[in-house]
Design a protein around this ligand. Sequence first.
Ligand SMILES: C[S@@+](CC[C@H](N)C(=O)[O-])C[C@H]1O[C@@H](n2cnc3c(N)ncnc32)[C@H](O)[C@@H]1O
Ligand SMILES: [Zn+2]
Length: 312
Amino acid sequence: MEQPTGMDFRTLDFERLWAGRSLTTAVERSVVADLLGPQPWERVLEVGPGAGRLTDVVASHGREYVALDLHREFLARLPVDATPAHVLRVEADARRAPLNDGTFDLIVAVRIFNFFADPPELLREFHRLLRPGGRLLLGYQPRPSVATLVDDVRNALHGRRPPGAPTMTFGRGDRISAQPSSFPAWLSTRSYVRSALSRAGFRVDRSVSTGAEDYALGRRLPARLFARAAPLADRLAIFPTQFVWARRLPDASGPPFPDWEDMLRCSRCGTAYGAVSWSPPRDIACAACGDALRVEPGWLLSSPTEGRAAQG
Ligand SMILES: C[S@@+](CC[C@H](N)C(=O)[O-])C[C@H]1O[C@@H](n2cnc3c(N)ncnc32)[C@H](O)[C@@H]1O
Ligand SMILES: [Zn+2]
């Protein structure tokens, strides 16, 4: 089973989705900053940055920063400041990134995991993109949680879940489809995510949980308090968002990163494009299968000949 191809997230109305939830964003930014730690990472990949709620935090931790999303419209709006030496926006499907093996020492993927019908496929791709010992910060919505309980009660009250269908909170099995959800999405148990990570070649070093701030009782408390309590909250296994900090095995330091100009590979056949300069804007074709990409300064676009200028 796959995330349906051609899923269009551009209808996501981030302003509406996040209206009145600035505390949640503040808590998540704080948790991400804590997990990334003080040291600068060499080359960071943010997967599915959306409206860029976390982008400046992630980018400021990297000497080089790459954002990858299905939609150039989202990538164009990202607030990346001048901190990283290089910035690249890649329009691509995260399951088939047009980027070479071992290109990153850190991948951050928050609030995207639930959209993938085949998590092992996504985690294998993250593993491929990281160099040995590289880190993955995965933020996702697990089940069960107080959020699934609230949604289950609402679904029952409004007759939204078919009779006999498992509830997100008490249903058996590793993964249950999320409802309500604007897009196909799945809620996994925490133990499923851990074992999927381990099968994909990761070791989980830490996990922390957040989400209490989304509820009325917590809305007057400071974000730092929720961030500090996140390791403890994780033990209760009832909070709606979990951040997992994992390490790619084997743990030995790997080969050097491919150069910034040497990062691209064909997402169809896996052949490296070789050294590519980022200007002038043009289409480049895979030497093996002819698959084309469009290169522009600071950009890699999935549709050849459809530059950003042509898109308006
Ligand atoms: C709910 S938003 C999360 C945005 C951001 N990380 C945050 O926490 O606010 C999900 C993002 O993932 C992107 N996305 C979904 N499926 C994707 C895929 N297969 N490949 C790349 N990006 C994808 C969407 O376009 C969107 O930007
Ligand atoms: Zn190819």
